[in-house]
Design a protein around this ligand. Structure first.
Ligand code: SAM
Ligand code: SF4
Length: 332
């Protein structure tokens, strides 16, 4: 199988156009969400293996020349990587990069919101699984208040949209969905519910709390008047809107209704490994090439070879547990 490219686009063997790269700038995190990373986890990538800013810029430049126009910076927690605003600024300057966004847990956002905005990030996704401080601490191991402060800092800075990502978990936070809807209406945030995925041991354990989002949607419809909604660049989420408000609610359903046939993305981890699917082990190592002085054309050829092995779909339902790496390692 081959990846096709005319100079300006990357097409995988299943005729999907790859135009979106999720860039993990670190596998470290200042939280320990129980579904993502185990407590006491020590298996972090050694700093010598982290792609440098120059290397990241080169890889993204090559992707952009191949038609990838959307970049999301993620992790681990991206804000624990030093001088992230400098990196973001460099990515923003690259020809062909039209859309630069960031996923964060928001704990450090109060300090960084202004610099990130100035550097070119326009859109933010922020994880928030509970508005109850004690519960938030049980889920993440951290305090809620800095996250709420970070959200307010982002709002006053002018990021738009700000999307709240909430993992819907039975027996953990399923009594809070309506409260989070109200919170998002009040602050003009977008809300997305996500199904837990069996990625790594932690994700498999979290799957005990799996909730089909169709059930969540039906429940919300009893309290709110939901009408069909759209969200530009909404990715795999299916949206509704709460009538009479600006709130859009998205449902991301990797398990109950997978969206692999429209998958347009790949992931670059902090050590320069390209992961072709969140739910499969197919990967391609770019770091050795970069450090052996690969040419620009050689780098682009390597990216095309990688896209040629992008699998058709994940198998979370049929083979849960086949992905042993944790979410913080891939860049969720
Ligand atoms: N630290 C940042 C954050 O939490 O937003 C960015 C990285 S985090 C790995 C990205 C997203 O992955 C978060 O929204 C998190 O909820 C989600 N995630 C982590 N483990 C997951 C799992 N097992 N199933 C579903 N989503 C998961
Ligand atoms: Fe950290 Fe994000 Fe994983 Fe939570 S989901 S442990 S905040 S990387």
């Amino acid at each position: 199988m081959t990846a096709l490219t005319d100079k300006h686009s990357l097409i995988d063997p299943f005729q999907r156009k790859i135009e979106y790269l999720r860039l993990s700038v670190t596998d470290k995190c200042n939280m320990r969400c129980f579904y993502c990373m185990p407590k006491g986890f020590k298996g972090f990538e050694q700093p010598g293996h982290w792609l440098t800013f120059d290397e990241i810029e080169r890889v993204i430049g090559a992707f952009a020349e191949l038609g990838v126009s959307r970049i999301r910076v993620t992790g681990g927690e991206p804000l624990v990587r030093k001088n992230l605003d400098e990196l973001v600024h460099r990515i923003h300057q690259l020809p062909g990069v039209d859309d630069l966004s960031l996923s964060t847990n928001a704990t450090l956002l109060s300090q960084h919101a202004h610099a990130l905005y100035e550097a070119g990030v326009s859109r933010l996704n922020i994880s928030l699984d509970s508005l109850k401080p004690e519960r938030f601490k049980e889920i993440t191991g951290s305090e809620l208040q800095p996250v709420l402060d970070g959200l307010m800092a982002a709002k006053s800075e002018g990021f738009s949209p700000i999307k709240i990502n909430m993992l819907a978990m039975k027996g953990i936070n399923d009594d809070e969905f309506e409260d989070v809807v109200e919170y998002c209406i009040e602050h003009d945030f977008t809300l997305r519910f996500i199904e837990t995925m069996p990625v790594g041991d932690t994700g498999i354990q979290a799957s005990d709390h799996y909730l089909d989002l169709a059930v969540v949607k039906d429940r919300l419809a009893q309290r709110f008047d939901l009408i069909p909604g759209v969200m530009p660049g909404g990715g795999p989420a299916r949206y509704v809107q709460v009538k009479g408000t600006d709130l859009r609610i998205g449902f991301i359903t990797p398990i109950s209704q997978h969206f692999c046939e429209t998958c347009n993305r790949v992931r670059l981890s902090v050590d320069g490994t390209l992961y072709l699917c969140l739910g499969q082990e197919h990967k391609y190592e770019l770091r050795p090439l970069l450090r052996q002085g690969v040419s620009d054309d050689g780098l682009k050829n390597a990216i095309m070879e990688a896209i040629a092995i992008k699998p058709e779909k994940h198998e979370f339902r049929d083979k849960p547990g086949q992905v042993v790496r944790f979410m913080n390692m891939t860049g969720g």
